[in-house]
Write a protein that binds this ligand. Structure first.
Ligand SMILES: Cc1cc2nc3c(=O)[nH]c(=O)nc-3n(C[C@H](O)[C@H](O)[C@H](O)COP(=O)(O)O)c2cc1C
Length: 528
């Protein structure tokens, strides 16, 4: 069997259908809930600065130093608030996560920062305390090949996922959610780096097994272990001449690293969901795929988000069913999702994800079903794959640089709700949408490593949707629970050329007054 067929098999198995959901646990075993924070016992810990909320934005690129590393994480993966309802207390983060379970872990791989020991090394980011845990030092023999070809001052961020955190609640579908979350984290890091004037590139070319080695992760991960996802190169310099595809050999360690610290155990027991392991296994030694695209183009338009906006991002738990979105805001929001806008320039591949929108309350637009192809060449394929009676009309006041097309005019709030596992957030907002990935042909061409990457692109779009919702005075929510093939049927899709991988909704939120908000961090002398 082709290894990409493992991804297809996993994808089919983990679809939600009206008559059966994807395989998952019968209930939630609260005594066995995985710990939300990874910590490495005995690893030296360095707390990071907690910057002011209203710090002015930089006009020149920040140098690489510990204060700016603190800001990079604070504005992307840190805790943004604690919430309390009765006896329950939980942390929210700048990046969202399905079920607030946060499977994503982040690592900093960098050259000698004095405060971190002066030598190149690997550090685990601990969001619970906003600090770095030192996992190990890299000798020159290990470090020099890594940075070869990159501008001076380059450093790397590695991401990994702990599937068990998601699988505890969602069973087999958890692999999808882990990868949505990677996409959200990538966008959060890209946006935070852009605030510092730093350039970011998602690196391609080496295997998962190589990333595992670099990040000090287990070679044959079990469901409760960390699975390597990706590496980002970040630098205050231009990345135009840096490699997009790094040969696997360049990132292989030359000498063994003595890792420091023992990872905490997340649960007393774990439940195995074998299809997740099999899907990860199919990717483990696969050369990471997807073509080179966006990263080679010139510096795109950059939208900067204020720190306060990044940290106020939340998911709506209910929408009010009445607040409309102004057309100009809506088009501005869609423009931000087009690949020529930063931080999409971090992706080394051609955009593969397009939007199918259920519009309910956008001023000047008739309620109905719409499509936003995110690159022009895909339009004929979408037109051929979708229902023959769709009109593909450009809405009357649509700006020339937003390729929105109307497919049909109809009240579609009920369809949107039903498709999203009957969640009212999908019908009671201004609009909701499905992210349609170019699917089977992409997997056939690029192999199984393309599968998680399509979810990363979706999560990335989702993060921008969250922030654009906040900018518009609205609120967004990612929707991982949807009936896959029912969505495909609405569009008339007959095969797996396109698949909907993630849904999203934006609207006027209804707040839950019973929940109180507490500061993200309380250190001596600070509360923020
Ligand atoms: C991939 C993904 C899927 C999600 N799916 C749903 C969903 O189906 N329904 C829902 O109400 N919220 C969903 N959410 C929202 C999460 O529950 C929310 O992000 C989490 O509780 C953390 O809260 P916050 O976003 O306010 O930080 C999803 C979020 C993500 C990132």
């Amino acid at each position: 069997m082709n290894t990409w067929n493992v991804s297809i098999g996993y994808h089919e198995l983990t679809k939600h259908h009206f008559q059966r959901y994807s395989p998952g646990p019968d209930g939630l075993d609260w005594n066995n809930q995985p710990a939300p924070f990874r910590r490495y016992a005995d690893a030296p810990f360095t707390p990071l600065e907690l910057p002011d909320l209203d710090e002015p934005e930089r006009t020149t690129p920040a140098p690489f130093d510990i204060g700016f590393v603190a800001r990079l994480f604070y504005d992307s993966l840190a805790i943004s608030a604690w919430k309390q309802a009765g006896e329950s207390r939980w942390a929210l983060r700048v990046n969202p996560s399905s079920g607030n379970l946060h499977p994503t872990e982040a690592y900093l791989l960098c050259g000698g920062l004095q405060v971190l020991g002066g030598r190149p090394g690997l550090f685990h980011y601990a969001p619970d305390e906003h600090g770095l845990e030192r996992r190990g030092g890299f000798s020159d023999a290990n470090w020099q090949p890594l940075i070869s070809g990159f501008p001076p001052g380059v450093f790397f961020i590695g991401l990994s996922s702990i599937p068990w955190r998601e699988a505890w609640k969602y069973g087999e579908r958890a692999f999808r959610y882990c990868n949505h979350d990677v996409g959200h984290a990538l966008a959060a890091l890209g946006i935070s780096a852009a605030r510092l004037g730093w350039r970011v590139r998602l690196l391609n070319g080496f295997k998962s097994s190589t990333i595992a080695q670099l990040l000090g992760l287990p070679a044959l991960p079990q469901i409760a272990d960390e699975h390597p996802d990706c590496l980002l190169a970040i630098t205050p310099q231009s990345l135009e001449s840096a490699p997009v595809t790094v040969p696997d050999a360049q990132f292989q360690l030359r000498e063994p690293v003595k890792w420091i610290g023992t990872p905490n155990r997340l649960s007393e027991e774990t439940v195995d969901w074998p299809e997740i392991a099999e899907t990860f296994g199919s990717i483990w030694e696969a050369p990471p795929a997807l073509d080179q695209g966006a990263a080679t183009k010139a510096s795109p338009a950059l939208r900067h988000y204020a720190r306060s906006l990044l940290r106020q991002r939340r998911s709506a738990v209910a929408m009010d069913g009445e607040t409309p979105l102004a057309a100009a805001r809506f088009y501005d929001l869609l423009r931000t999702l087009m690949p020529e806008h930063a931080p999409f320039d971090m992706f080394p591949w051609t955009p593969r994800v397009h939007l199918a929108l259920f519009i309910h309350r956008v001023e000047g637009l008739k309620p109905g079903l719409y499509c936003l192809p995110r690159r022009p060449e895909i339009l004929p394929s979408l037109q051929k794959a979708f229902r023959a009676d769709f009109t593909w009309a450009t809405p009357p006041a649509c700006p020339g640089d937003v390729p929105l097309r109307q497919l049909l005019s109809a009240q579609c709030d009920e369809a949107a709700r039903v498709i999203s596992c009957n969640q009212f957030i999908a019908s009671d907002g201004c609009f909701s949408l499905g992210m349609l990935a170019e699917f089977e042909p992409v997997l056939a061409q690029f192999g199984p490593a393309a599968y998680p990457r399509l979810f990363w692109e979706c999560g990335f779009i989702g993060q921008l949707l969250y922030l654009e919702a906040e900018r518009a005075g609205m609120r967004g929510t990612g929707i991982g629970c949807f009936f896959d093939d029912a969505m495909h049927q609405i569009l008339g899709l007959q095969d797996r050329q396109f698949q909907s991988l993630y849904h999203f909704t934006i609207g006027g939120p209804v707040e839950d007054a019973r929940i109180t908000t507490l500061p993200a961090y309380e250190r001596r002398g600070t509360r923020n």
